[in-house]
Structure formats: structure tokens, C-alpha cells
Design a protein around this ligand. Structure first.
Ligand SMILES: Cc1ncc(COP(=O)(O)O)c(C=O)c1O
Length: 367
């Protein structure tokens, strides 16, 4: 089968029941029955007949603030963090503005900046220390720089910023009056998560998601958080004035209420799965893990010295082993040929299919 042109995501969805979903940083670990119950209860009550109360089902925005231990900030619910990023960039960026961020990165955000006519300046971080530094950011900034985008923990590398590092980057943003876009989509996996609002509240926006930690990617719910003044500016570009899916909101609220029960177990499984993957990578000549352990639910495997093309590797692992990872091309034009990205928030017994899939596929494709 390998060698035919196949739409890999179509194939993966068609074979959903057999596929280990390590390709999209989703979370397929069953977390807590209360989340599913909340969805079922909302359905039984037929809440879906009404447009949801626009500010959110009662208790949800307060629960988000509690989760982040922040006060005095506004929470604007969106269809996933991606919509929050879109609205914010449309509201704050103009033709000719520049946004400084990383390469590799989650590139759809860069495309969104382009929709406002802004240019994305991608600081290469493929190499030690695998993250943005104050020096590198200062080197890349210019007259037109309007925003600094920090993905933390970082997709796809899995690094996270310490309080000191984030403070340094926040100070650079503040000195220049930049917007600081702090994307904390993967914050649940990071037990030392720090928020840039702590250092630079005036112009920081936090991008928050229920897709990853809470495992609700299909529900499409997230939020934008910032000062009331800043969030008000973004609301002018609210593309979803009628509110976020009510089932998603119920699930999100239940996930926050049950978080103390499920989060420790989730982190434990992620730690265990990372170790399983590392064991496999160590057995393959020419492959290595640039970042370990990851602060997120993913990391990358550099396969450059195996001579294997990441796209072909993704294809073989999926078609022959039903293990879906992602080739680096999706995350970087410059470095995409060097790596695959692997998400490990999957049930342990599914992660255990990774070692054979990876080692067999690299050996079969090696030239
Ligand atoms: C860095 C980053 N930001 C935002 C998103 C969007 O997440 P969602 O819209 O599912 O909340 C993703 C999704 O993978 C991501 O990796």
C-alpha cells in the first residue's frame, strides 16, 4: 500500500477505530465520566434549542479564571483557541505590521497574521536552546514589529519557558510597547506553567484551549483572556456573535470542575508514554529527541541522519501500522524535512504500538 498517493487524514478517519492518533496533539485518554455526563445531560435537557447565553454558561468564565489563578481579566469564549488567535490578530494587526515568533511553529497562526496584512518574522529555534531568547528576539525586531507571539509549551518542540525567561521576553515586549500573544494551548501538561499576564498585564493576551488537556478538540471551545479594554478591542472582530456550542461549554465546565481528579493521571500517563517513545528512538541509529522530557503532550523526533523522508515515514507508520504521527513539513518550511512530531496523550496500551511502528518503518525505508 505504501507508495500510492493517499490522503492520510482521510485514511486515518476512515480507520478511526484502529488508529493510534499521535498526529494532532489531541488527547484520546478517557479522563473523567463527568465530562461525558455533562454532554449527555445537556442533550437530554435539549439545551441545544437555544442560542447559548453569550458570555457563557453560568460559572464557566469564573472557572477559567480560577484555573489560571487570575483576577480582573476578561474571558472571551471562542470556537477553540484558533478562533481567539484569529480575532485578536484581525483586531490588533494592520498592513505592514510584523509579528515576531518561532520557526518551527504552529503555522496556521502565521497564516492568520497574513490575513491582516502583517508579516511574520520567524526566528529559527531548531537548535540549542530550542526556544526564543531575549537576544534572538531583539535581533529580529524592527520599526514595524507590533507583536511577539510565544507558544508555551511550544508546538511542536515541547519546550516551556521558565518564569525568568518569560519575564525577560515580557520586558522586551513592554519596552517596545508590543502586544504579547501568549499561547498557552498546552499549559495543562506543564506543571510549571507561568503566565505573561503576571509580568506585562496591559498588553498581554492569553490563548486558552480545551482541546488538549481536557481532550475536547472535537467540541471546539477555547478562550481569549486579557484586560477588559484589550478584550473589548478584540470583540469587534468576534466572528461568532451567537455564542459557542452549548454542549462544548457544558463539557468544558465539567472538565474544570473535575480537573483535580484527572490532571495528575493525565500527566503521569504522558510521562510514561514519553519514556516508551524515547526507548524506541534510542534503538534507531540516526534518530534523536532534541527535547526531553516535553512540557507539552508532544515532541519531535529528528530523523535527518536516518536518511528517511518524514512524509514517507508518516505514511508508512499509518498505512502499515495504523499509528499516525505528523511529518515536520506541516510545522516548518525550513526544518520540516528533519523531523516527525509525535503526540503522546494517548492511552498507554496504544502508545505501546509506537515502538514497533517506528523502528520497523525507519528500517524498511532506510536507504
Ligand atoms: C499552538 C497552538 N495554538 C492554538 C491551537 C488551536 O487549538 P484549538 O483551536 O483546538 O483550541 C493549536 C492546535 O493545535 C496549537 O497547536
Amino acid at each position: 500500500m505504501v507508495g500510492e498517493r493517499v490522503d492520510l487524514f482521510r485514511f486515518a478517519h476512515e480507520h478511526r477505530g484502529e488508529v493510534v492518533w499521535m498526529s494532532q496533539n489531541t488527547n484520546t485518554i478517557p479522563l473523567n465520566p463527568s465530562i461525558k455526563d455533562a454532554i449527555l445531560t445537556s442533550t437530554q435537557k435539549e439545551e441545544y434549542h437555544l442560542y447559548p447565553y453569550k458570555p457563557g454558561v453560568f460559572g464557566l468564565t469564573e472557572a477559567i479564571r480560577n484555573d489560571l489563578s487570575i483576577d480582573g481579566f476578561d474571558v472571551f469564549l471562542t470556537n477553540g483557541g484558533i478562533e481567539a488567535l484569529y480575532s485578536a490578530q484581525r483586531a490588533l494587526l494592520r498592513q505592514g505590521d510584523e509579528v515576531v515568533t518561532t520557526d518551527p511553529s504552529f503555522l496556521p497562526i502565521h497564516k492568520q497574521a497574513g490575513m491582516s496584512g502583517a508579516k511574520v518574522v520567524e526566528v529559527p529555534i531548531y537548535g540549542e536552546p530550542w526556544k526564543l531568547t531575549v537576544d534572538a528576539v531583539e535581533r529580529e525586531m524592527g520599526e514595524r514589529t507590533k507583536a511577539l507571539l510565544i507558544i508555551d509549551p511550544h508546538n511542536p518542540l515541547g519546550i516551556g519557558y521558565t518564569a525568568e525567561e518569560l519575564k525577560g521576553l515580557s520586558e522586551v515586549a513592554e519596552d517596545r510597547g508590543l502586544y504579547l500573544l501568549h499561547d498557552i494551548t498546552y499549559g495543562d501538561f506543564n506543571d510549571g506553567q507561568v503566565l505573561a499576564t503576571e509580568f506585562y498585564p496591559e498588553k498581554t493576551l492569553l490563548f486558552y484551549s480545551f482541546s488538549k488537556g481536557a481532550g475536547l478538540a472535537g467540541m471546539r471551545i477555547g478562550a481569549l483572556i486579557g484586560t477588559p479594554q484589550l478584550v473589548e478591542r478584540v470583540r469587534h472582530f468576534d466572528t461568532n456573535i451567537l455564542g459557542v456550542n452549548v454542549l462544548a461549554q457544558r463539557a468544558a465546565l465539567a472538565s474544570l470542575r473535575g480537573k483535580d481528579d484527572w490532571l495528575p493521571r493525565l500527566r503521569e500517563i504522558c510521562g510514561r508514554n514519553q519514556a516508551v517513545i524515547r526507548g524506541a528512538v534510542e534503538r534507531v541509529d540516526g534518530a534523536f529527541l532534541p527535547v526531553y522530557p516535553s512540557k507539552g503532550n508532544m515532541f519531535i523526533i529528528d530523523v535527518q541522519d536516518t536518511g528517511v523522508d518524514p512524509g514517507t515515514l508518516e505514511e508508512r507508520m499509518l498505512l502499515e501500522h495504523r499509528v499516525h504521527v505528523r511529518a515536520g513539513y506541516y510545522l516548518s518550511e525550513r526544518f520540516g524535512q528533519n523531523f516527525i512530531r509525535v503526540s503522546f496523550s494517548v492511552p498507554p496500551e496504544q502508545c505501546d504500538r509506537f515502538p514497533r511502528a517506528f523502528t520497523e518503518s525507519v528500517e524498511a525505508l532506510r536507504t
